[in-house]
Design a protein around this ligand. Structure first.
Ligand SMILES: C[S@@+](CC[C@H](N)C(=O)[O-])C[C@H]1O[C@@H](n2cnc3c(N)ncnc32)[C@H](O)[C@@H]1O
Length: 261
């Protein structure tokens, strides 16, 4: 049985998680676009994240699809109580290693962003980065996040239109690279077809699920500091440009909506 036919026996979510397990957190963090390699870029991201967090440092933050803990650690650095969840043990292992000795470590748990296992109203803010495109059921995720937030709570999702820039195409180094092989096997057309936002080509597509789930004030910020931070070091590294970083912001109404008459 070939790797490709083995992969097609897996459900789309299992293929997605297997890819991130294969890739592993250390290789992921080795790329500057994932984990800043200099303080200027790290500070720009910190500013981009901080602007969405409440003044009250007791506010509870959840990072869904935390991976190697980028947003979770950043919010924990700012003093908030943070929980990060991910389905990939391989990515979480790196996140956990990075938080050893942290004075305010985030709680890092295996968990599904689409079916998070927390009580309703547990969080003030839900963050995620580079997750929307790879969700098998973004609508279910948005509904779950709505339930998890307190009234007036906010979701901030940083993502991009990767498809537009050719980022989700098969890798051409599959003969030599384990990651390239895993990408081509686990994130081929069959998987991308099962990920409703993977081929999003306009920002509105990343907002619609939040509107459908009942969020209000849904907007997209073309976030200058996150964007600058994300682009820094990219061109020399990959020899190509990347699509703009978008922050999709959605607020749960403070007062539940009245039922229609
Ligand atoms: C591109 S990485 C982003 C990681 C991290 N948020 C960051 O900004 O570096 C995507 C992550 O989403 C995770 N993921 C995908 N689907 C998930 C799901 N349903 N529940 C939890 N994590 C998920 C993957 O395991 C992977 O770690």
């Amino acid at each position: 049985m070939t790797a490709r036919s083995q992969a097609s026996e897996l459900k789309p979510q299992e293929r997605v998680t297997a890819y991130w397990d294969t890739r592993g957190g250390e290789a992921y963090d080795a790329q500057a676009t994932h984990s800043p390699h200099d303080t200027e870029v790290a500070d720009a991201w910190q500013a981009a994240v901080e602007r969405y967090l409440p003044e009250d440092r007791a506010a509870r933050i959840l990072d869904v699809g935390t991976g190697t803990g980028f947003l979770a650690i950043m919010a924990a650095d700012l003093g908030y109580p943070v929980t990060g969840i991910d389905l990939s043990e391989g990515m979480l292992a790196t996140a956990r290693a990075k938080t050893v000795g942290h004075p305010n470590p985030p709680q890092l748990l295996v968990g599904d962003a689409i079916q998070p296992n927390f009580a309703p109203g547990s969080f003030d803010v839900i963050l995620n980065r580079h997750l929307l495109w790879t969700l098998v059921d973004p609508d279910a995720a948005a509904r779950a996040w709505f339930m998890l937030l307190k009234p007036g709570g906010v979701v901030v999702a940083w993502d991009s239109l990767w498809w537009n820039a050719g980022y989700l195409a098969p890798m051409d180094d599959e003969e030599t690279s384990a990651v390239g092989n895993a990408w081509n096997t686990l994130y081929g057309d069959e998987t991308l077809d099962a990920l409703p936002l993977s081929r999003a080509v306009v920002p509105d597509e990343l907002m619609a699920m939040f509107v459908r789930a009942g969020f209000e004030d849904v907007r997209i910020d073309t976030d200058p500091s996150a964007d600058r931070a994300h682009r820094a070091n990219v061109e020399p590294e990959r020899g190509e440009s990347i699509p703009p970083t978008l922050a999709i912001v959605a607020r749960k109404p403070s007062v539940p909506r009245a039922d229609p008459i």
